[in-house]
Design a protein around this ligand. Structure first.
Ligand code: GLN
Length: 490
């Protein structure tokens, strides 16, 4: 086995460039590792033949002088991103046999850059959850402690990167689904600004909140992927035509002149004492880089979870109406009549959490309750956006907070308590509601050896500053280089 299974993308890239390893060898090693740690259930499907074929093609191209940035690099994709290989299941019984006739724009971009696509990673059904337990294909385990959840919903992607089952992975983030599993598994996770990466080919959950993002070993890896994935796509009207930033660190050696806001509302009793301590210690590293810390207030923070859990289900109930038993996936058998076919197909196809969201969403949008719930939620969303706007206008360049209130919890611990599960998202949903970029950085461990993450939230379109701050922090610390001690076969 090569020692590149746990290496950052930039190292893998260099090893391939210098021909220290071929993509075929590397891809075989990753496939071996995936089989050896099948028990983590990080992948829903792998495309072994196709991946090896892509690897051989990459090796040939390199031999003839091709220098595409991801040439031969093995990556994984969350299984709500469509591609022509295999099935795109969204971890749902409804779509367990669904084959996409086309590639998502982000997949096309990865292919054009030469990537090898190993397979599709596990998630909570239709990206609804915080633990990757709501999967038709069973829960994913956290590589740091297999009795615990990896976080969700991109838990399969986080576990895959943490366990050396892919060099990097794509996830999606509607309310924290990249950053929270990033924090639970010690993975660097970026949710870009809404509109930065095309959503074309991402199975929609809540269209005004969904974003594709990266899960990597380092902020530098994230910058590399972002430079390839960012940009306007004519197939997604909400993607924006903004210049792709320059992530080169040679122009930014420190954070002198930058002010980091520390939101007091994020450091309350809900936050574990150990996380508060570790995150506070991390702020000192940013001070050493020359930044000034400043306590700020985001007064509407407590409205974020209720607001999110009205808007996201409302949009989900509308988006998921397309799954009717006629057009996609599962079709109930032995039913007569159209209504019965809809009802039975949806009853059989969707899991419990998805049904809960559809019911909540339909309720808050119904004529009698629209004003009381949905309209109010739109107003509080605006207040939350305004809080960030004020902070960035007058007080700070970016914000530093914990990513999650606790470290990874036990499997089964929160499955029967949706409110407890939803409260995991208190620090992450705000960035989605406000459309802002946010980055999880591994920053330490609790007394049980479980990873802790900190979150940097930036101004719209300012991923550049977040990633540069992340790169500088990772030059100074080694939390992101720690790996779980995994034993084969147990
Ligand atoms: N945990 C949140 C939810 O269940 C966020 C999910 C996500 O970001 N896809 O909706």
């Amino acid at each position: 086995m090569t020692d590149l299974l746990f290496a950052p993308l930039t190292d893998v890239q260099r090893a391939l460039e210098s021909k220290t390893v071929s993509s075929e060898e590397l891809t075989k090693d990753f496939l071996k590792q995936i089989h050896a740690f099948d028990r983590l259930n990080a992948y829903i499907s792998t495309f072994e033949e196709e991946a090896l074929q892509q690897a051989r093609t990459a090796d040939k191209k390199r031999a003839s002088g091709d220098t595409s940035p991801l040439l031969g690099v093995p990556l994984a994709l969350k299984d709500n991103i469509v591609m022509t290989e295999g099935e795109t299941t969204c971890a749902s019984n409804f779509l367990k046999d669904y084959q996409s006739p086309f590639d998502a724009t982000c997949v096309e971009k990865l292919r054009n850059a030469g990537a090898v696509l190993l397979g599709k990673t596990n998630l909570d059904e239709f990206s609804m959850g915080s633990s990757t337990e709501n999967s038709f294909f069973g829960a994913t385990s956290n590589p740091w402690d297999e009795t615990r959840v990896p976080g969700g919903t991109s838990g399969g992607s986080a576990a895959a990167v943490a366990a050396g089952l892919a060099t990097a992975a794509l996830g999606t983030d509607t309310g924290g689904s990249i950053r929270q599993p990033g924090a639970f598994c010690s993975v660097t996770g970026l949710k870009p600004t809404y509109g930065r990466i095309s959503r074309y080919g991402i199975v929609a959950f809540a269209s005004s909140l969904d974003q594709v993002g990266t899960m990597t070993h380092t902020a530098e890896d994230a910058a590399l992927l972002c430079s390839l994935l960012f940009g306007k796509d004519p197939l997604d009207a909400t993607s924006m035509d903004k210049e792709v930033p320059d992530f080169d660190l040679s122009t930014t050696k420190d954070l002198k002149g930058k002010t980091i806001g520390i939101p007091q509302e994020y450091f309350t009793d809900a936050l574990s004492g150990e996380i508060a301590q570790v995150v506070t210690a991390a702020t000192k590293e940013f001070e050493k880089l020359g930044a000034t810390l400043r306590e700020i207030s985001l007064p509407n923070t407590e409205l974020a979870v209720p607001t999110y859990y009205i808007i996201a289900p409302a949009e989900a109930s509308s988006n998921l109406a397309r799954f009717d038993g006629l057009r996609y996936g599962t079709r109930a058998k032995d039913v007569y009549g159209l209504k019965e076919l809809y009802a039975q197909s949806r009853t059989e196809g969707f899991g419990k959490e998805v049904k809960r969201r559809i019911l909540t969403g339909a309720y808050v949008l119904s004529s009698g309750y629209y004003d009381a719930y949905y309209l109010q939620a739109l107003k509080t969303r605006r207040l939350i956006q305004q809080d960030f706007h004020t902070a960035f206008e007058h007080e700070c360049d970016f914000i530093l907070s914990p990513t999650t209130p606790t470290t990874a919890f036990q499997k089964g611990e929160n499955v029967d308590d949706p409110i407890a599960m939803y409260l995991n998202d208190i620090y992450t949903v705000t960035a989605n509601l406000a459309g802002l970029p946010a980055l999880n950085l591994p920053c330490g461990f609790d007394s049980q050896g479980l990873p802790i993450g900190l979150q940097l939230t930036g101004k719209a379109w300012d991923e550049e500053l977040l990633l540069k701050a992340g790169m500088l922090y990772q030059r100074q610390t080694d939390w992101h280089t720690r790996r779980p001690s995994l034993t084969e076969g147990s």
